[in-house]
Design a protein around this ligand. Structure first.
Ligand SMILES: O=P(O)(O)OC[C@H]1O[C@H](O[C@H]2O[C@H](CO)[C@@H](O)[C@H](O)[C@H]2O)[C@H](O)[C@@H](O)[C@@H]1O
Length: 305
């Protein structure tokens, strides 16, 4: 009996590494501390593609990263609310993410089309505004613009165009022979096409999305956070469309809320990392963060804030 040789006689067990990565900004550390101290007052909102789902060449084959839904199912019941805010149609994000009928996610909200659409897990109801008339007119003109662009060295293929239920159209260049060159070459003509139909261009990761104006992820996030009455918000995103949500969190912080900005890091987009409190390694890193938060809250026992 007694301590083994060389062991400190009264040493404490090593608690191991903290499962939650540490934000590098004071505001981010305050935000994370507030979330962990009072999760019942905190909300999280997450982008889908590039944040909860790995980027893949075919948009239809995107899926929630392994462990993402399970981690959310553990974490979300401890929080005030959770949302996915995405450029996808809400129903598509629900299908690809596997967010319906998940234990623990019975009150998840999915805000699609940058917040224009809303799906509630509690009811399965989808609220969507009428389609913008410019989208159908633009879809009719789009093949001509793509044909004349020359970026596909021949005819463009159907895989370049993602039709989004008559509410938006995304032109993808990831599978073009020169993806970045095609993106650069198409940007101006697609912006002009969008403007002719009172639409805007939303640039993303090798995608140019043509969509109605008047809504963005910042507006969507601010309205939703206010509606929940939360005093802490964590937002995670990876792409240019998420910058509006980052701006919203910065404004909410200026209004006295606590906030954490998480960048799902990639080599393709660097703009978010500069403004984030915490940069994690893509969707795997986001899942690690969600698991770490769930672990930390579970250490306190079920239901205890
Ligand atoms: O707001 P998000 O959830 O990030 O959605 C934004 C757009 O993401 C999708 O495109 C991106 O993901 C694809 C699948 O991994 C990838 O192939 C593409 O290169 C990326 O840009 C989606 O297809 C768009 O409709 C969304 O608007």
């Amino acid at each position: 009996m007694g301590s083994p040789p060389n062991a400190a006689p009264h040493s404490q067990p090593n608690p191991g590494p903290d499962p939650v990565p540490r934000p590098h900004t004071p505001a981010g550390r305050d935000g994370l501390a507030a979330l962990l101290a009072h999760p019942e007052r905190a909300v999280i909102a997450l982008d889908f593609d590039g944040t909860l789902a790995e980027i893949v060449p075919d948009p239809e084959r995107a899926r929630a990263h392994d462990g993402a839904v399970a981690a959310l199912g553990r974490l979300v019941p401890r929080l005030r609310a959770a949302a996915v805010i995405t450029g996808r149609p809400a129903a598509v994000a629900v299908r690809l993410g596997g967010f319906a009928d998940v234990p623990g996610l019975d009150h998840l909200t999915v805000l699609g089309h940058y917040g224009a659409e809303r799906w509630e897990a509690a009811t399965g109801a989808l609220h969507a505004p009428p389609p913008h008339p410019g989208v159908a007119a633009l879809e009719a003109e789009l093949p001509g613009v793509l044909d004349s662009s020359g970026v596909w060295h021949g005819t463009w293929t159907a895989t370049a165009v993602e039709r989004k239920g008559g509410r938006a159209v995304a032109v993808h260049t990831r599978r073009a022979p020169d993806p970045q060159g095609a993106f650069d070459r198409l940007h101006a003509p697609l912006a002009a096409l969008a403007a002719r139909h009172d639409l805007i261009v939303e640039p993303g990761r090798l995608v140019l999305e043509l969509r109605p104006p008047g809504m963005d992820k910042g507006v969507a996030l601010t309205d939703w956070v206010r509606e929940t009455g939360a005093t802490t918000v964590l937002y995670a995103g990876d792409d240019l469309g998420d910058l509006a949500a980052f701006g919203a969190v910065e404004r909410l912080r200026a209004d006295g809320l606590a906030g954490v900005l998480v960048c799902s890091g990639s080599a393709e987009v660097t703009e978010l990392a500069d403004r984030a409190d915490l940069v994690v390694d893509g969707p795997a890193g986001v899942v690690g963060l969600l698991v770490g938060l769930a672990d930390r809250l579970d250490e306190r026992g079920p239901g205890t804030p």
